[in-house]
Design a protein around this ligand. Sequence first.
Ligand SMILES: CC(C)(COP(=O)(O)OP(=O)(O)OC[C@H]1O[C@@H](n2cnc3c(N)ncnc32)[C@H](O)[C@@H]1OP(=O)(O)O)[C@@H](O)C(=O)NCCC(=O)NCCS
Length: 324
Amino acid sequence: MGDTVTRTDFAFSPAITDDAAFAADVDTAVRPSSPRDPMVYQYWWSHPDENWAINRFIVSRGGRRVGHASSEHARWEVQPERYGTVGGELLPMERTQTTLGALFEAMEKRVVADGARVLGVYAYENDPLRIAAIEARGYKEDRRSRRWELDLFANREKLLAMAEISRERMRREGVRILTLAQDDDPSVIEKVWRLSEEAGDDVPTTEPRVPEEMAAYARWVNAPEIHRDRFWLARLGEAVVGLSVLGYPPVRGIVGTEWTATARSVRGRGVARALKCETVAQAIALGVDRVRTGNDAANDPILHINETMGYKLIPGGIHYLRPV
Ligand SMILES: CC(C)(COP(=O)(O)OP(=O)(O)OC[C@H]1O[C@@H](n2cnc3c(N)ncnc32)[C@H](O)[C@@H]1OP(=O)(O)O)[C@@H](O)C(=O)NCCC(=O)NCCS
């Protein structure tokens, strides 16, 4: 089929859904401070997105699995600029600048053969080996993301007090804060989708944002890390004007914000802070010790909210780009 590619002594064979747990193990071994959940990987690997073409591979040497790799791109009809992304990781004992470079090269060939015109790849800013492999392949830094961690034990009283002030403000503003589980509007997922599409366009980015289908939101609310009674919504009358959601990895990993968004019509009125406060107040009640979040380094309003809630910076991500 041409799908099995041999590069130096690595073999790249198409991954199957059952390989997802191995990929989560590899990523966890490389970054033990950010454990990755096998059940979450399995779910997302088995629920493809209408607007994305993702090719996943298992990397082996001498018949032994040593890593995973991917080449992915938005379908060209929804992203005519043709950005392609290469990804993957190798077990720590296999991981050198040369082996990572070979993995990237194999995935670049694949995504270029699919028609990509610009290549992208990610690294954490505290991962000098991966950064060296990326830079050696001619990539240049595009943009950074900030990652944050909030200690829910140390900040408990402050957060619960902030949540109470926010509740009072929302009551004054006539904004109803509730969970998806409490919302009986049959159109709620469609409203969440439309709001997210509007807010998605306001997230700072270099690559043009790829639109999402409503089905992507149905998949998301059914994912193993999502609970409808931990999915916070803001409503103004019939409209959904905000959402904030923490993902709770079911097997292992750190609870983290999946998405926070508000409608343009309500920005600056405290809706995002009120929603984020509900998510963390609930996490405190559930006994969670800390939560993480991430955002683009140029996204000033959310940086400000995170900082004033007590989140502390942890190593963030770097996105690199290279023309084909
Ligand atoms: C980020 C976002 C959720 C904020 O929503 P919001 O409802 O306006 O947020 P709030 O009103 O609760 O709080 C905004 C805070 O940022 C401050 N702020 C607004 N613009 C700012 C700027 N350019 N620089 C610094 N602070 C800014 C506001 O003063 C306010 O601070 P305060 O609570 O101390 O008064 C909203 O802009 C959005 O949906 N953006 C697009 C999606 C997105 O980027 N999501 C988050 C990251 S993935």
